[in-house]
Design a protein around this ligand. Structure first.
Ligand code: FPP
Ligand code: MG
Length: 281
């Protein structure tokens, strides 16, 4: 995945170098590459073309990186640490960080629309799927706005579910569905992958909320305790730590169950579901 990202990203000395340095800095800051892996493994489950899955998967990491750069900006979460390193705006200044996010998002769609990523029909479906998942209607931007505007930890459960599923879940589900759409998955396969994606998307964000309470800065690579400080609506704030752990574990089990139909072939995706709730970073 990293080799593919290396091929996609313009080199440091490409003019104008400041933006390309900033793009590369955040992409190669040590992310887990979870969304690309989800895309790749969902596609592999239905014999998708490895090259196309790698390329589209890498594009997902560009989108993900854009979202982190913008999330950390002073106007949003105002964080100076991410993946254990100073955030983009700290290193390159706010204007360049904003533009690096914009450029990564744009490059992602240029990459997906490029030749060799499935049939034209598949490519258009993937672009539509992803663009919707990171947009305002139950997508990443919508979730981020709801998150930003919710400053009361006692906020209702329905709103919390909306924030988590829109801000984090929608993109993960789309990562999985994109892999499936680029392969020979049928309607039933897509439905199973979607259920799995819904479950792990929520489980992932609950685990993220928990890490903000129970993790250390060295493990997580970002500032800890910020949710409470900013009165964010989170699972631990609303349900408590123990109940949140139980709900996350239950969701991971349900995610595994959704793929039971595939037997051993689904082992990697099932392993990822369990990893997501046990992760310390
Ligand atoms: C950590 O992923 C990321 C999340 C928990 C997602 C949070 C959602 C946003 C930041 C949305 C922001 C949206 C906009 C529009 C600015 P990870 O643990 O996989 O990170 P890694 O790649 O560093 O491993
Ligand atoms: Mg945030």
């Amino acid at each position: 995945m990293d080799a593919e990202l290396e091929r996609i990203l313009p080199s440091d000395d490409e003019y104008p170098p400041s933006i390309h340095k900033a793009m590369r800095y955040s992409v190669f800051a040590g992310g887990k590459r979870l969304r690309p892996t989800l895309c790749l493994e969902a596609g592999r489950l239905f014999a998708g073309d490895e090259k196309a899955l790698l390329r589209v998967g890498s594009a997902l990491e560009l989108i993900h990186t854009y979202s982190l750069i913008h999330d950390d900006l002073p106007a949003l979460d105002n964080d100076d640490l991410r993946r254990g390193k100073p955030t983009s705006h700290v290193v390159f200044g706010e204007a360049t960080a904003i533009l690096a996010g914009d450029a990564l998002l744009t490059l992602a769609f240029e990459t997906i629309a490029g030749a060799g990523n499935g049939t034209p029909d598949q490519t258009v479906r993937v672009i539509h799927e992803l663009a919707h998942a990171i947009g305002t209607i139950r997508g990443m931007v919508g979730g981020q706005v709801a998150d930003m505007e919710t400053t009361d930890t006692t906020g209702d459960v329905a709103r919390l579910e909306y924030i988590h599923s829109a801000k984090t879940g929608a993109f993960m589900r789309a990562a999985l569905r994109s892999g499936a759409l680029l392969s020979a998955a049928n309607k039933d396969d897509l439905a199973r992958i979607t259920t799995y994606g819904d479950k792990i998307g929520l489980a992932f964000q609950i685990a993220d909320d928990l890490l903000d309470v129970t993790g250390t800065e060295a493990e997580v690579g970002k500032t800890i305790g910020k949710d409470q400080q900013q009165h964010k609506a989170t699972y631990p704030a609303l349900h408590g730590v123990e109940a949140s752990k139980r709900i996350a574990a239950q969701l991971a089990d349900e995610a595994c169950e959704a793929l039971a139909h595939y037997g051993e072939r689904a082992e990697i995706l099932q392993g990822i579901a369990l990893y997501i709730v046990g992760r310390r970073q």
